[in-house]
Design a protein. Sequence first.
Length: 573
Amino acid sequence: MTRSFDKASLPSRHVSVGPERAPHRSYYYAMGLSEEEIARPFVALASAGNNSAPCNTTLDAQADAAQAGVNAAGGMPRRFNTITVTDGIAMGHQGMKSSLVSREVIADSVELSVRGHCYDALVGFAGCDKSLPGMMMAMLRLNVPSIFVYGGSILPGRYHEKDVTVVDVFEAVGQFAAGNCPIADLHELEKVACPGHGACGGQFTANTMACVGEAIGLSLPNSNMVPAPYSTREQIAIAAGAQVMELIHLNLRPRDICTREAFINAARVVAATGGSTNAALHLPAMAHEAGIEFDLFDVAEAFKSTPYIADLKPGGQYVAKDMYEAGGVYMLMKTMLSGGFLDGNCMTVTGKTLGENIDQVTWNPDQKVIYDIRTPITPTGGVVGLRGSLAPDGAIVKVAGMQRLVFEGPARVFDCEEDTFAAVEAREIADGEVIVIRYEGPKGGPGMREMLSTTAALYGLGLGEKVALVTDGRFSGGTRGFCIGHVGPEAAEGGPIALVENGDLIRIDAEIGTIDLLVPDDVMATRRTAWVARANDYQSGALWRYAQNVGPAYKGAVTHPGAAAETHVYADI
């Protein structure tokens, strides 16, 4: 339905209304807009589309399709692009230091474009890991009516009659190092693992945050699990463009939708799907933009009381396409709500509550991916928060699909990922060791690298649950095995992880949520006196700037004071 809108209280009045804005309007005439079109609300269509990776290759087309929905509902679409850093390509080398930093750059760039051009609403299109939270962070920061659209996942590859993802390729590298995968087989696998457009297919970070988009209310119901190659994605984009105009009419904004209860809902959906540990970074960062206190321990509290019910890779059997065919995120939330694990009163971008949306869904008892909440895969979530003498500020581990939840062993210490990977490739890691990778935190890296190359190689060597890995860095959503990330305080700040020495006993208990360094206090005090802070190699540019400003991982590794320090909100200029 096309509506008439009064621009008197909309940001775009500053660039389109009144005699003093004649110079501004001249630019719009130059682009072919009519007087009537300039008088409409301006809707930003922010796309993270590019040719850097298949995660992002369909986003621009989807953003362009959304223009039809905006136009039909009485708005004026204005498309622009932001960057991405694709983790699968950045993985295993210095490029990964750019990944988490890109989340902030994406949020900042979207904010600046919207602010600079006085857009009235935002539809954001993202496909790769950090672009999803980055886009949603910008929505919460700006607080204009907004809808988040995921570009969709890749279809699974097929190798020797089974579904595969890019994680299988990473693990095959470890099998090759162990002499268990001929180079010809590795070459064959790499050619078929990623068969086309879309983000990584398992319940890795992109699909985890896509689920968050629906659970927290910023995405249209059952829109995000539709695979990228499906023509339905165009219809979703058009619908998002039309619906954001309804949100302008209702003055329904992201902070009205993303309440503390909505963040708890999102954390529970992450746990129920065995999602990426990176959600424990991104949810606090998003909450920070809305002025909501919601840190790693709040996320972990939701995790530990939520059953694990979606049988998704890497801990389970299925991929996002299977989740979509099973009924999508709303099918999952249908059984969660019935079991009392969601707050159905939270508002969504439909203008209805989560519970009202879920009422439109009929439970499908015949699908195989999503278990009934009464008969879960495991009674507690697929992700667990940890705390103890090694991590006073917390840590995180994904336990979905794991058999062993308690581990104690001697430390094997490395001061960077490259040295660890070399030791793994050389088969120098012994069963029972706790591998410690430090100086990879937000400040110390800088950039808090993911460790999928190392963890996948360990799995490929058959060491997946025979060793543990502890780091102040982080892990890919594709990581599996006893891998603990986000240890804080990080080594660069003199946290206990900086003082660990080879042979120290470390005990991890993912059942009760503890991680302890079993070293006497007097020994630790002596080591602390001798500890000297280290300089990293990044003393200029974006990584230097990030290291100067970034906060601790347990608060989301954010770089600015957030909504709590605001004196005004952009949407009300």
